[in-house]
Design a protein around this ligand. Structure first.
Ligand code: SF4
Length: 366
């Protein structure tokens, strides 16, 4: 028995060799996932969240990618494993659910055939036993009349049902960790809640940890225990969902929350005006000095653009922030309202005060 986290990521850095030079997608981030908890990586497109999860289990080709740092899973270092052993680990203990079930299922074969094949790759069972297990899995993920529908083709399933089938595929090995990368983004809003509830139920039933990637803070509030806010490959803020939503510290987190309909009525809403986020992420092949968010930050001071990304400061009980305005133990809800006389800093390419471009800057889908 070990007290080590289920997943322990330390100083993970993922870069790519490109014609424009080294592209830094993930720049030395840390986080953990425990059994029975859901941790959300959240940020806008290009923040590094998908590359982060793909870096964990060898889904990034090296080269052109280069991954450094430590990824410990159940106490075992994954970055040292040869590719074949890593694939075995990934298949048996870590399962992925991707954004678009349409692309993940083979439309030439029945859903049952695909599930039975997946089961027989991992288990030494007869076809009849695998078929019985496949029906059981379809039932577990809420497919009605699973015995009757197992011989149907993917096109006979709705979008939400296809995603449930993909979740059934992920459960074949009874994984310890489920990595879900925007699993509800391609679905109608009316069926997203059902999928989120299903993942939550399965987490409890299987005792899994869940690492959930999303750009949608409403989804974070529904499913996560803890959240890690990423921006340009760096962690800007982390904490329990309750604490970060009630007392967001980082200007970026505050702007993300201000994009949420209905947010702003409570105490936390007083810290930031409603609207999108003007400007865009920095060029990952030419990252700026200092805080990566400085060009878009209305609280920036000249010191923000010098040195490295500010270190993460512990505020309270696992709530931490990367911003020069905070010191250890500070109240997350107190942040200077404006920058100094030289600010706000502008990169010249951002939308500035143009209200139209501000609206365009609202966090967008991957
Ligand atoms: S105030 Fe400075 S350090 Fe803090 S988020 Fe803004 S630019 Fe970054």
């Amino acid at each position: 028995m070990t007290d080590a986290p289920l997943l322990d990521v330390t100083d993970l850095r993922t870069t790519f060799d490109t014609e424009s030079g080294e592209l830094v997608a993930v720049d030395g981030i840390d986080f953990t996932v425990e059994r029975g908890e859901t941790v959300c990586l959240v940020g806008e497109s290009g923040s590094g969240k998908t590359v982060t999860v793909e870096s964990l289990t060898g889904l990034i080709d090296q080269p052109p990618g280069r991954i450094t740092g430590s990824v410990r899973f159940k106490g075992k270092e994954l970055t040292d494993l040869p590719p074949a052993e890593l694939r075995t680990h990934r298949g048996a203990s870590i399962a992925h659910v991707f954004q678009n079930p349409q692309d993940a299922l083979n439309h030439c074969y029945t859903v049952g055939w695909q599930l039975i094949e997946a089961i027989r790759v991992h288990e030494d069972v007869t076809k009849a036993e695998a078929r019985a297990r496949a029906i059981d899995l379809l039932s577990t993920v809420g497919i009605p009349d699973p015995a009757g529908r197992i011989d149907e083709y993917p096109h006979q399933f709705s979008g939400g049902e296809k995603q449930r089938v993909m979740i059934a595929m992920a459960l074949v090995t009874e994984p310890d960790l489920l990595v879900a990368d925007e699993p509800t983004t391609a679905l109608d809003v009316t069926i997203q809640a059902g999928i989120l509830q299903l993942l939550d139920d399965l987490k409890a039933e299987y005792g899994m940890g869940v690492l959930f990637v999303t750009h949608d803070l409403a989804t974070v509030s529904e499913i996560a225990d803890r959240m890690v806010v990423l921006y340009a490959g760096e962690v800007m803020e982390r904490g329990t969902v309750l604490d970060v939503f009630q007392r967001p510290a980082h200007p970026y987190t505050r702007r993300l929350l201000a994009c949420l309909p209905g947010w702003g009525d409570g105490p936390a809403g007083e810290v930031e005006t409603r609207g999108g986020i003007a400007g865009s992420l920095p060029d990952p092949t030419d990252l700026p000095d200092g805080c990566r968010f400085a060009a878009r930050c209305s609280h920036a001071v000249s010191a923000c653009s010098a040195g490295d990304q500010p270190p993460e400061i512990d505020l309270t009980d696992g709530h931490s922030v990367s911003c020069i305005h905070y010191e250890a133990g500070d109240d997350p809800s107190v942040l200077p309202a404006t920058g100094d006389a030289e600010t706000p800093v502008s990169d010249g390419s951002s939308a500035g005060d143009d209200p139209d471009s501000t609206r365009r800057g609202v966090i967008e889908d991957e």
